[in-house]
Design a protein around this ligand. Structure first.
Ligand code: SF4
Ligand code: SF4
Length: 80
């Protein structure tokens, strides 16, 4: 299950629904503030740092290129 989730406004009935992120980030193994490789490498600006954690700010804009998976030195990221 993805660690990140966010609310998306439904265009039809204006109700909010929870959308699970398909980007799993293991922040226990993330190097935190000392590393921003995935944030810098993502061509779609999906990832951001929040303190020492890395989070998927906008998973719906992810193009599944898996650059973040490849560049992470600690294999913290899995894109499903
Ligand atoms: S798979 Fe690609 S687009 Fe998606 S978060 Fe990773 S680097 Fe960004
Ligand atoms: S590349 Fe890996 S270790 Fe570096 S900030 Fe991203 S998730 Fe953390």
């Amino acid at each position: 299950m993805g660690l990140g989730s966010f609310f998306k406004r439904n265009k039809d009935n204006k109700k909010e629904e929870t959308v699970e992120s398909h980007i799993d980030i293991n922040n226990d193994d993330c190097k935190g503030a000392d590393c921003e490789k995935c944030v810098i490498a993502c061509p779609n600006n999906v990832l951001i740092k929040e303190g020492d954690d890395t989070v998927a700010r906008s998973p719906m804009t992810c193009k599944h290129c898996r650059v973040c998976e490849a560049i992470c030195p600690n294999e913290c990221i899995v894109v499903n």
